[in-house]
Design a protein around this ligand. Structure first.
Ligand code: MLT
Length: 244
């Protein structure tokens, strides 16, 4: 069995994703926030590559049952119903709704990469669920891609990917690529203090400057939600146990 981890989407070899299940990691904040949205009863998430793309999608949908959400430069956009804070999605407002969602890094990846069978979304809040789900459905190989930040490495995504590798290795023998091995080392360095990791990493510091400390606390809540958001054909819906 194999684990391949890529620290940024740009590292994925051409055609690698075709036909695979590819775990997408974006701790701050998209994967955390969309997991909260689905836990709060959102029917589905429709990711959009851009703010304009999100507005175009919204125009095609029933406004009564659709919310427009996301961020640009970390902040909620004018005219949007919600930003990209986990707390925005922990609300009865999202129950039963379709959420059109745009963000800097993760939403374009969800919308653009369509060759995979599916993309489970991973963050610290649903780590145990993703581990259980992968153990149930993925026998041969696990492929993980970190969303990163504007094409660059993100420490928090690497540590989260490393935690997934560590938990899978507890109950299976996997051959790890160099990305997975490096992520395991980073996870060992930071595992004792996830809040400290998120407060100190570049994107965490950026969010703190925006006054979004609460988002960091929510993102550090390990194993607090029992579900797996999964992107299939550019739509995110929820999987819950039993996984297979
Ligand atoms: C993203 O998808 O780019 C992130 O969620 C950015 C953010 O923290 O809002």
């Amino acid at each position: 069995m194999k684990i391949d981890l890529f620290m940024t989407p740009g590292e994925l070899p051409p055609s690698y994703a075709k036909g695979r299940r590819l775990v997408l990691v974006d701790v701050l904040r998209a994967c955390t926030s969309l997991t909260v949205a689905l836990a709060s009863g959102a029917e589905r998430i429709v990711p959009a590559e851009s703010v304009e793309g999100a507005k175009r999608l919204l125009a095609l949908l029933d406004r009564e049952s659709t919310l427009l959400a996301g961020e640009q430069d970390g902040s909620k956009l004018p005219g949007f119903d919600l930003g990209n804070s986990p707390g925005d999605f922990r609300s009865p407002r999202v129950d039963g709704k379709t959420v059109v969602f745009t963000s800097t890094n993760a939403a374009p990846l969800m919308a653009r990469m369509v060759d995979e069978v599916e993309k489970p979304l991973l963050s610290f809040v649903n780590m145990k669920s993703v581990v259980d789900y992968l153990r149930a459905v993925e026998k041969a190989e696990v492929s993980i891609v970190c969303a990163g930040q504007s094409g660059h490495f993100s420490l928090e995504d690497a540590v989260c990917g490393g935690m997934l590798c560590a938990r899978l290795l507890e109950k299976g023998n996997y051959e790890c690529n160099d990305g997975a091995r490096a992520a395991l080392v980073l996870y060992e360095s930071f595992r004792a203090d996830l809040p400290g990791l998120l407060a100190g990493c570049s994107h965490g510091r950026f969010l703190r400057e925006l006054g979004l400390e609460e988002d960091l606390r929510e993102a550090a809540a390990l194993d607090s939600l029992t579900l797996v958001p999964v992107v299939r054909e550019s739509r995110v819906t929820v999987l819950r146990p039993p996984w297979s």
